[in-house]
Every structure is written in C-alpha cells, then in structure tokens.
Design a binder for this molecule. Structure first.
Ligand code: GLC
Length: 459
C-alpha cells in the first residue's frame, strides 16, 4: 500500500514537473533548476573564430579588453582612441587604408579545418564541453544563417557550415556542444536604426534557428550591455527555450541577457579574466553556479602578435582550473583557431598538459562541489579542497614536503594520493587531519604541477 502511494505520488510529481511552464519573467525562468551536468563538467573549451582570425592581431599591452584581437573591426573604426589608433596603424600599414574589414572574408578559408581532429584535441584535454562563437560582434555567422545573407561562412569564405560540422564532431566524441551568440552587431544598420525590429526580425530568428537546427547543450549570449534585457526580449526567449525548444530538458545558459543581468539572472554567472564588468569578484566560494572564461594568452581571437611570454604556462592554467573548481566554478578556457582552421600548436600543447593532469587527477575535479568548510582562499593559498559525497579531495599546488593540516574532518577511512600506489601516512585527532606527503621522485611522481589526496569518509 505504502509502495503504491509512493508510485502514485511520483507519477503525479513527474507529470507536474514535465508540465511546468515558465513565464516570460525573470522570477519564473530563474526558478528552473540548472541541469546538473553543467556543474559536474567543470572544464570546457571556448572557441573564438571569425573574420578577425584573418588579421589576427591585437596589442599585447594595455587593459584586459584592449588586447582582444576579436575586437579588430570596432577598434580600427575608432582611430581617435589610443587603442583604436594601434589597430588602425597596423591595418593601414599591412592591408592599406582602403582595405575594408569585409575584405578579410577572402582570407577566411578554413581549408585545414578538421572538426574530428578538433573534437579529439578537446576531449584529450579533459574538456567536457565546447562553446563556439556562432556569431561574434562583427555579425558574421559561422552557420548558413539566412538572416545573415551573404555574411556567413556558408555563402562566402569557407563555404562550409563550420558550426554544424563542429557541433556534430564534438557530440560524436561524447562532449556537450554550445554556442556563443552576440546579441548586438557593431555595424548592422538595422540594429542602429530600429533595435526592436532588429530583435524581432534578425536576432531572435537567428537564436531560434541555432537552437532548433543544432540543438545545443549551452546557449551563451554576449554583447548585451547596450540595452536592458527587456529590449532584447530575453525572458521571452528563455521561456521558449525552457518550455518548448527541443533542448528544454538539458540546455544551460549564462547571465548575459541585458545590461542589468550579469551575476543576477541566468543558469550560471560568468566572470572574464576574473572580472565582472571591470570589477574583481569578491568572496571565496560563489553559491550560484558560475563559470570563468579567459584565453591562454591575453586575447580570445587568435593574436599573431603574442609570443611565448604572453602565453600562460601549463602549470598556471592547471592551478587556475583548480582555483575555480575549489570556489565552486567551471573554467571555460579559450582557444583561438587560425583563419585556415588550425589550433595553434602551442595552444594544443597547453591543452594536452591539462588533459594529462586530469587523466590522473580528474576524480578530484569532475562532479565535485566546493567544500563549504574550506579555509578562505587567497592569492597565497596552495592547498585547495573539493568534495564528493563523503569524500574530500585535498589538492596541493606546491610540493614543499611539509605536512598538510586539514581541520573539520572526522577520522577518515583512508587517505590516498591519486595516481600513486604507495601508502600515505596520516594522523587524525579531534576533527584534525595531518597528512605527510610521500617521498616521491621523478620515477613515481604521479603528475607534475599539483597533487591530489583523496580522503575517503571525511564527513
Ligand atoms: C566579451 C567580449 C568578447 C569576448 C567575451 C568572452 O564581452 O566583448 O570579445 O567574446 O566577452 O567572454
């Protein structure tokens, strides 16, 4: 009888759940629980690829935003600003004053583009999802968008559905696929003349086209800052996405839906080079799901001007990933492909190092959550924590041979180091655990850069 009741109740709640309809208000769309796969995934690859990959140039100094090579068009049209001047000088000197940004389409051929190879590189990096710029602020679409007639990669340039081909290859590798999409377009006359018509006849149809054609797992808007979310009709789109779209059960979206929405609305919040709107994020662990994004160097679009010293090391990137995950976030690490469709070898090398580290230590990263009792994380922190069920992972980013002390755990069932066969000595007393690092040498060191202790039954 009791069992029958349970069955009936679950059927009712299940049907209620599947019938739940979201209203086009923030209150309603924000009430949808985020599909758990996103917080389990932890590590994704961002791709900025477009006509800006042809000049592939930006300064290597200045503020964070001034280094973005994908802003080439906007910058070269602002020669009166000091950053714009740098772009304009480069442009005039290399391509000539008369050369238009639109001319770059001739150089965007993607002739070396091998989507299966890309997908394999990302999978081997340990990434669980990929986000591609389906359309950046330049307005050039990487899929055959009929709303971007003659300004898309199928009609001109590569003559190929780059977004579709990559989406298929990425999903075939078992990774999730997402699309970045710029709400605004710098030089679209309709956008400037009549934003309502732009939204109605250009932007929203494009967004729905992307979702229904490719069924992405992530929808990642950007370029929202000119207008409030009301102008972009964001909640209307989200209600459609969550109620009626083919991806309603698993899609996740970020927080860039209008001038007022960052860190306020959306399935997950975003930081960029650790900033939200020029502001450093404060606090150690952020409760709401969130994702940090940055390049391996200082730009999202490929920047030929960057040299080795402008690229972060594998050690830095692995420590960065650990830091974000220990604070409850994901890392969306950007890769900038070249106009001919290659992933620059140095970027591949960084990804491969991250992948090798994750192969040994991924257990302490994927599907974990931030440990709510972890000590505050500051710039000097070299011991990080994640948890999964009753297990605690202690991640040490610096090998100094000294004992590691952990407060707030009970006497555990066992302590081990991931990838290391030997025993780990430890002592536990009154909620305090003391771990003694083993004597590792180059022959039995499980991995470089960071070491993960698994504390089984810590809670
Ligand atoms: C930004 C930039 C941009 C980059 C990005 C990634 O706001 O305008 O070029 O695509 O966000 O987070």
């Amino acid at each position: 009888m009791k069992n029958l009741l349970v069955v009936i109740c679950s059927i009712i709640s299940l049907s209620l759940f599947s019938q739940q309809r979201y209203e086009p208000t923030w209150e309603s769309v924000d009430s949808r629980p985020i599909p758990s796969w996103f917080q389990d995934a932890k590590f994704g690859i961002f791709l900025h690829w477009g006509l800006y990959s042809v000049p592939a140039w930006g300064p290597t100094d200045g503020s964070i935003y001034e280094k973005y090579a994908e802003w080439y068009w906007r910058r070269m049209m602002q020669p009166e600003t000091s950053t714009g001047r740098k772009f304009r000088d480069f442009h005039d000197e290399v391509y000539g004053e008369k050369a238009k940004y639109q001319d770059f389409v001739k150089g965007f051929k993607a002739e070396m583009f091998d989507p299966e190879l890309w997908a394999k590189i990302f999978k081997d990096a340990g990434a669980k999802y990929v986000v591609l710029t389906s359309k950046h602020h330049e307005g050039f679409a990487l899929w055959p968008s009929r709303h971007s007639w003659n300004w898309n990669a199928y009609d001109v340039g590569p003559h190929r559905d780059l977004a579709g081909d990559l989406s298929e290859a990425v999903k075939n590798e078992g990774l999730k696929m997402g699309f970045y999409f710029s709400l605004y377009e710098w030089f679209n006359p309709l956008y400037h003349e009549d934003v309502d018509r732009y939204v109605d006849q250009h932007m929203l149809p494009q967004m729905k086209d992307l979702v229904t054609t490719y069924e992405p797992d992530i929808f990642w808007p950007d370029g929202e800052w000119d207008h409030p979310s009301e102008t972009w009709r964001s909640t209307e789109f989200l209600a459609w996405l969550y109620n009626d779209s083919p991806v309603r059960d698993y899609v996740v979206v970020n927080d860039r839906w209008g001038r007022e929405t960052r860190s306020v609305h959306g399935d997950f919040y975003t930081t960029e080079y650790d900033l939200v709107h020029d502001q450093e994020i404060i606090g150690d662990v952020i409760e709401h799901p969130w994702e940090e994004t940055r390049g391996i160097g200082g730009s999202f679009g490929y920047n030929r001007n960057e040299n080795l010293e402008d690229y972060e090391s594998s050690e830095f990137l692995i420590h960065y990933l650990i830091d974000k995950v220990a604070r409850g976030g994901n890392l969306l690490l950007n890769v900038g492909p070249t106009a001919d469709g290659r992933i620059p070898v140095i970027q591949q090398q960084r990804l491969s190092d991250i992948g090798r580290w994750l192969e040994v230590n991924g257990e302490g990263i994927y599907e974990t959550r931030a440990w709510e009792n972890a000590p505050a994380i500051d710039q000097e922190t070299t011991v990080f924590f994640t948890r999964k069920g009753n297990d605690l992972y202690v991640i040490s980013t610096q090998w100094d041979g000294r004992d590691i002390e952990v407060n707030g755990v009970r006497s555990p069932n066992s302590v081990a180091m991931l990838g290391y066969d030997g025993r780990i000595r430890y002592s536990a007393s009154r909620n305090r655990l003391r771990i003694t690092p083993p004597d590792v040498n180059p022959a039995n060191n499980p991995s470089p850069y960071a070491w993960v202790y698994k504390i089984t039954g810590a809670f």
